[in-house]
Design a protein around this ligand. Sequence first.
Ligand SMILES: Nc1ncnc2c1ncn2[C@@H]1O[C@H](COP(=O)(O)OP(=O)(O)OP(=O)(O)O)[C@@H](O)[C@H]1O
Ligand SMILES: [Mg+2]
Length: 426
Amino acid sequence: MALQVFTAVTGAAWESELVGELDRADHGVTVVRRCVDVGDLLAAAATGTGQAALLSAELRRLDGDAVARLLAAGVAVVGLVEPGDHTGADRLRQLGVSRVLPADADAAQIARALREAVSGAPATGHDVGDPRAALPVLGLPEDPADRPTGRGRVVAVWGPSGAPGRTTVAVTVADEAARLGVSTLLVDADVYGGVVAQVLGLLDESPGIAAAARLASAGTLDVPRLARTAWAVAPQLRVLTGLSRADRWPEVRPQAVETLLEQARRLSALTVVDCAFCVEEDEELSFDTAAPRRNGATLAVLERADTVLCVSGADPVALQRTVRALGQLREVLPDVTPVVVVNQVRRGPVPGDPEQEIATALSRFAGTRVGAFLPADRRAADAALAAGRTLAEVAERSALRVALRTLAAELAQVPAPRRRAARRRR
Ligand SMILES: Nc1ncnc2c1ncn2[C@@H]1O[C@H](COP(=O)(O)OP(=O)(O)OP(=O)(O)O)[C@@H](O)[C@H]1O
Ligand SMILES: [Mg+2]
């Protein structure tokens, strides 16, 4: 059966010709509706009568939300740009359209791209005959030199509810990596309310993640703009502050987060993301599959990150929460294997040697080993909070700082600094 396709390429000079050619039966594609604008396209998608949409970069009011809604309605999307329009192609890609062809590609190529988009095959960049005359199908870079992708690593700092210390770990790891000379971006992506700005004593309102997400949704987020929306708090450290009000979470859509991380990889060698705890998928609660999902942003970060840290507390209740959270994460994102970091380790809440006991419990109940133990160090943590400074600034020699610096070096893939503090005399 022919693929049922919506088009939304109105206004382009080549539209009629293209639609006429596409409709020819031997391409296996039927244009079931020529939509006049984004609203029309979304309404058509909601009827469930088409499996794919062909749209042009010039389509007015096209944004990341619209693309996300199409995808959520089960409509695969292929983009068309004027030949040579790299800016338009990049913009479509930012909006979440992974297949983009030049408008002068022939109908057979466009039909094939539509079929592949529906089947979910990865975009390969091989269906445009002459890559010099035609833009590559985006998705995979044709020539990395022409289209540099970011090399920076992304570390997601996640963990169960109960304030195990995600923000402390994220902030300190980012700060320590920057001190080790690694250009670092710290992103507060906690959709339940960001506190990184406060923890770092950044008093002024800054545009932060909501602004970056807005730019991403509009398809205009690039490295300079990302740099401008973040604070430069130290020579190698930028901070993208979080949502000042938790009820603004719908502004941070998963697609926008993906684009943000892509640009972050270009901006910084290391991006550390402070994530919310929750990974439950809440779309079952609603029949409207296009409704924004609060945890979608967290899931997008966890899925895209090179490393996911699961920060756990060190007492029996916290450990139980970690076991549950790991189980939930496995259900939702089976390919993500987090590195468990047990924080606030101290004698008392578990009998015997805490590290050994905790390692045994997590191995038995979660089938996971512990990547790092961080000591409880209330004095150091309080001193940092009280001053709105980092551990390196207020508790340079504390055991917690030293442990987090080692973790930061590992995550940033640079040599761990020597432990010289203990020998120095004041
Ligand atoms: N190793 C530690 N030793 C002592 N106190 C710690 C340690 N790590 C974190 N804390 C303290 O625990 C509290 C919670 O930490 P933090 O805000 O980092 O947790 P969180 O997981 O981000 O919480 P939330 O769920 O609010 O996002 C803070 O007061 C922090 O100073
Ligand atoms: Mg936090």
